[in-house]
Structure formats: structure tokens, C-alpha cells
Design a protein around this ligand. Structure first.
Ligand code: M6R
Length: 589
């Protein structure tokens, strides 16, 4: 959700910033821009489209300090004038976040004689800073920020200063020190290979960054000295290996994620304390957005079996305005790959404010959600670059399954580890996924159906397909079809039916018959040989997965659906790593 970078050092700022922006592009790819400062002048290049579009103009950007931005449009369409940096007087600014009172501020600034050059909310910030400036950059930023409502991560360049300043509230900023200079970025991966140590700025903090070092200040303007951590290998630059896209590479890392997450859980989580907390809870509420919410849905089912209290899943964006009535005995489980999703953070804060115990399930150990949570359950998926979440979802499922296992945790972990070998083989499948992808690509709409534990997987499979292929899709319980949606079924619609629970298989097959009788097309994914046998030749495709207990078959079926979504996107010529209109890590509301 917009990426910002800053650099001040001995190298060429334009090159440093360009390479940082390339790594942050997954956060938004509507437009990109860079400003540098050299001998008291600002230089700016910005345009709509991807970061690569800046490459030919890097030579115009003199200097060894600057800031850069890659945008996910919120206010104003994706064009050149709405691209960041925004410039006013001596200042250039890049922003990640949303300014909610920008309309009032814009009117006030217009009345004071400012002419706006963009439709963005961000432009008001640079104009406010310029109007507040009296020789002290941080002072001007502090005065300007005091007028803002919303959330922001800012990097600001001033013609009078050979460095840059950063500020944050609600959106992340990491600062780092390297051999050739000092850096700032929205995430640590942009600093990997360049900075040797880093620090995550605290809420409300600001920093002044020059080639010589980084000074950090708290919201009151007092200098503070937060600890810097070493940038370790796990943040190293990730490539696509031999895969054509990150999405495929990351699906192929599902098995590794299952093993690593199990290992970390068993070695680092105080299982007794966790079980005690869950068993004394008066209610357990899981919150998340998108794929993380779909993992929360699955978690609610399995925790519901294991715990005596009511367990539910809530979309975090809804929970923040209509929060469940938490007490000090309640548990809120915040599920988030990035740990920076604004809605999830707010829902977790509300739960914590009400005295509930907050447990974070996250892939990013230094993220904001870890600072809200009492307990962190690490997902060990490694960097997930593709905007569509795949391996992180699998890792979230591992954490939730282990959490729900209670005293049988060793047994559950063994079962998951055994399945990881099957997931590994499955992820290299080309045949079945391609057959079903061809059916999807020819369909007007695709429904994903299942019963019991297959329902949540179907819902996630549907989200995956729609986000990377742009085909309309929906996922829900197979038994619901006849209550309305069956009206949509005809020969242009495909239904992908998951059948992994022997106890519910015949009920699911009823739905298949209902679809076939309306000339609908069906693809079945099952772990049950007798189901595959019965449907072979009657439906368009049958994918028989390895056998698995129904409650953990999700690791196999989810992997299969991820592969189908990926293959469909590729068949339709979409970029699965950067789907249109989307960005990873949604740090605005
Ligand atoms: O970083 P988070 O897990 O909190 O992100 C939540 C959603 O924005 C995310 O899962 C989104 O739905 C993905 N694009 C799904 O593939």
C-alpha cells in the first residue's frame, strides 16, 4: 500500500532509491517517482506506471540524497500529476497512508494562495510543511503533522538540507545504516543487501537521516536512542528462482512453510500457557482481512471444536466499528501476513483496550501487530512478494491447527509434517491444475463449493481466483447452492467442488448432481478414491489428491486451488504477481 524509500550517503541517490523501489513495488504499482537534492536544488522525476518507467530518467536526478515512492492510488487516479513526490517550495514529499481531513486543509491552503497540482490527499502535507517552515525541518513537520487526521509514513526532502526526514503515525517506517549511507523504507526487505542494521520507528517518532547517521526523535521532539538490530540473512533479496512468477515459487514453498512454522511453534511457543489461556477464555474472536480472514474462518471452526467457549471469526474492518464485547477473559487472535493491515491493527487495539488477551499470528516478526499483541505466534513463510497470499495462508493454518491441538500438539504436528511431503509433490503438479485452469479460463463465473472444513478452503480458493484472473467467482457451502445461486448455473459456469470429508461426501455429491442436471460444468477435487471413481467421465475434471484426515486436508486442497488460480491467470495473460487495482499490505482504511 504505497512504498516509500529514502537515502542519504556517498553513492548515487537515484540508483539507490530505484533499487529500493523495485523491492517495494508489491506495495503498489500505479505510479512511481524519485526526488533528489543537490547543491540546494531539488530534482524530481515521476510518472504513472511501474517503477521500471523511471529507469531511463535516472540520469536527470543529481545528488547523493533523495526520496522515492511507488503508489497504490487512493485519492486521484493513477496519472503523472498524482504520482509522488509532491513538491512545494523548498520541499518534496512522499507519503504512505491516508489524510482524512485533506479536503478541509486543501480549502484552507487554497484560501492562503496555494494552487494544487494533484487530486491527492498527500499534497496538502507538503504544502502545510512549506507554510510552517522557519528553518527547522522537523519543527515544520511536527506542526504540519499536528494538523493531520489519518495515518502516514512520510519522507521529506528539503532543498536546504543534504539528507531527508521521516515521520510516521499508523504506517510503517524502518531506518537503516549501511556501509555507503543511511536509508529509510516501508519495509526491511528494501534495505536488505544495503543496510547492516535497522530500527523500526515507533508510533509518532521522526528521524533526520544524513550520510553521517540517523537521529531519532519522539513525538515531543526529544532525541531518543532506540536499539538498532542486525539485518540478517533472512531478509536477503528474494528472487523467483527458476519459476516464471513469485506466485508459483511461493506456492512451491508451502511445504517448507509448513515445516518451518511447525518447528518454530514447537520450539518457541509456551504451549501450556497458551492452552491455559484458551481454556479459561469466555470467548475467542479471530480477526483478519482477505486471505487472513479466510484463515481466521478455518481457525474458528477448529478452535470451536477444541474450546468450551464461543469462537467466531470477524472481518477486522467490521470488528473495529462493531466490536465483539470483549472482557478481560476474552482472547482476540489477530491474523495478518504483514502485521501492518490497518483494519486488523485497529481491531486488535480495541480488543486490547477492553482488557482481552491479544494473540498475533503473523509472518513479519517486527510488524506493528507484534507490538499490540501479548503473544506472537510466528508464521515462518519468509518474504511473500506476490500480492496474492499463498504460503502465508498455509503458515497461518499451521499455527491455528497447532493452537487448537492442545495436549495433542505433537501428534498434530507429526500429521502436518507428513502432509508437507505430499504438499511438496502436489505443488509441482502441472497436469491437473492446468486442466481445471483451462475450464476456469473459459467460464463466465466459477463457484467454489464444499461442506464442513472444505467450505473455508473453497472461500479462499475463490478469492485467489478472482484476484489473479479477474473472473467472477464465489465460494460457499455446497448445500447453499439450491437456496438461490443455482439460478446462475448454466453451461458457461464452472463449479469446483471440494470433497475431502467422507462423512459429508454424499451430501456434497447431491450438489454435484443438481449442477449437472442444469447443464452446469463441474470439476471435483477430492481426497476420496470412491468419489473420484464415481464421478470420472460424468464431470469435466476429477483431481484425486493423496488421502488425508478431513480436518487437515485443507493443506492439500488449498495448494491445489492456489495452483489453479495461478495457471488460470497465466492462461489469460494476467500478471499474477501484481494483479490490477491491488497492493499487498493494506495500511489504510
Ligand atoms: O497482510 P495481511 O494478511 O493482513 O493482509 C490481509 C489482506 O489484505 C490480504 O490477505 C489480501 O486479501 C491478499 N491480497 C489476498 O491474497
Amino acid at each position: 500500500m504505497c512504498g516509500i524509500v529514502g537515502y542519504a550517503g556517498r553513492g548515487c541517490a537515484a540508483q539507490e532509491l530505484y533499487s529500493g523501489l523495485k523491492k517495494l513495488e508489491y506495495r503498489g504499482y500505479d505510479s512511481a517517482g524519485i526526488s533528489t537534492v543537490c547543491n540546494g536544488s531539488l530534482y524530481t522525476v515521476k510518472r504513472s506506471g511501474r517503477v521500471e518507467g523511471l529507469q531511463s530518467s535516472l540520469g536527470c536526478l543529481a545528488g547523493s540524497a533523495g526520496i522515492g515512492h511507488t503508489r497504490w492510488a487512493t485519492h486521484g487516479e493513477a496519472n503523472d500529476s498524482n504520482a509522488h513526490p509532491h513538491v512545494c517550495g523548498r520541499f518534496a514529499l512522499v507519503h504512505n497512508g491516508i489524510i482524512e481531513n485533506y479536503a478541509e486543509l486543501r480549502e484552507e491552503l487554497r484560501a492562503a494562495g496555494h494552487t494544487f497540482l494533484s487530486q491527492t490527499d498527500s499534497e496538502v502535507i507538503v504544502r502545510l510543511i512549506d507554510s510552517c517552515y522557519g528553518g527547522d525541518i522537523l519543527g515544520a513537520m511536527r506542526l504540519a503533522c499536528a494538523r493531520l487526521k489519518g495515518c502516514w509514513a512520510l519522507a521529506v526532502l528539503c532543498a536546504a538540507f543534504n539528507g531527508f526526514a521521516v515521520a510516521r503515525r499508523g504506517s510503517p517506517v524502518i531506518v537503516g545504516v549501511g556501509r555507503d549511507g543511511c536509508y529509510a523504507a516501508s519495509d526491511i526487505y528494501a534495505l536488505a543487501g544495503r543496510a547492516h542494521s535497522y530500527c523500526v520507528l515507533g508510533e509518532g517518532d521522526m528521524a533526520l537521516v544524513t550520510a553521517g547517521g540517523i537521529q531519532v526523535f519522539n513525538g515531543e521532539g526529544e532525541e531518543i536512542f532506540p536499539p538498532f538490530e542486525r539485518v540478517t540473512e533472512r531478509f536477503a533479496e528474494v528472487g523467483t528462482d527458476d519459476c516464471p512468477h513469485y506466485m508459483l515459487k511461493e506456492i512451491r514453498e508451502n511445504a517448507r512453510t509448513m515445516r518451518a512454522t511447525c518447528k518454530k511453534f514447537l520450539s518457541s511457543v509456551d504451549v501450556c500457557a497458551l492452552s491455559a489461556r484458551l481454556s479459561s477464555a469466555d470467548k475467542i474472536v479471530l480477526v483478519g482481512c482477505g486471505t487472513a480472514y479466510n484463515a481466521a474462518l478455518a481457525g474458528a471452526r477448529i478452535l470451536g471444536w477444541a474450546c468450551d467457549c464461543p469462537v467466531s471469526a470477524c472481518i477486522a474492518g467490521e470488528a473495529r466499528y462493531d466490536p465483539p464485547s470483549f472482557t478481560k477473559n476474552s482472547v482476540c487472535i489477530a491474523v495478518s501476513q504483514s502485521g501492518e493491515t490497518a483494519d486488523t491493527l485497529r481491531a486488535a487495539e480495541i480488543a486490547r483496550g477492553a482488557g482481552a488477551c491479544v494473540i498475533a499470528v503473523t509472518n513479519v516478526g517486527y510488524s506493528a501487530v507484534t507490538r499490540i499483541a501479548h503473544t506472537v505466534l510466528p508464521v515462518c513463510a519468509g518474504a511473500e512478494v506476490c500480492v496474492a497470499a499463498t504460503k502465508s495462508y498455509i503458515g497461518q493454518l499451521v499455527c491455528l491447527h497447532l493452537m487448537a491441538a492442545g495436549a495433542r500438539i505433537k501428534e498434530r504436528a507429526e500429521c502436518i509434517l507428513k502432509l508437507a511431503d505430499e504438499v511438496e509433490k502436489l505443488a509441482s503438479d502441472g497436469e491437473y491444475a492446468s486442466t481445471i485452469a483451462k475450464l476456469c479460463a473459459r467460464s463466465r463465473a466459477v463457484f467454489f463449493l464444499g461442506r464442513g472444513c472444505d467450505v473455508e478452503v473453497a472461500v479462499e480458493g475463490s478469492l485467489k481466483l478472482k484476484e489473479v484472473s479477474y473472473i467472477f467467482s464465489d465460494g460457499y457451502p455446497a448445500g447453499e447452492l439450491k437456496h438461490g445461486t443455482l439460478a446462475l448455473v448454466d453451461e458457461t459456469v464452472l463449479s469446483v467442488v471440494l470433497v475431502c470429508d467422507e462423512g459429508l461426501a454424499d451430501k456434497c455429491l447431491n450438489a454435484v448432481e443438481q449442477i449437472l442436471s442444469r447443464r452446469g460444468r463441474v470439476a471435483v477435487i477430492t481426497t476420496l478414491p470412491r468419489v473420484a471413481e464415481r464421478l470420472k467421465g460424468r464431470v469435466q475434471a476429477v483431481w484425486l489428491l493423496p488421502p488425508a484426515p478431513f480436518h487437515v486436508a485443507c493443506f492439500l486442497s488449498a495448494t491445489a486451488l492456489q495452483l489453479i488460480a495461478y495457471r488460470t491467470a497465466v492462461l489469460l495473460g494476467r500478471d499474477p504477481d501484481k494483479p490490477r487495482n491491488l497492493a499487498k499490505s493494506v495500511t489504510v482504511e
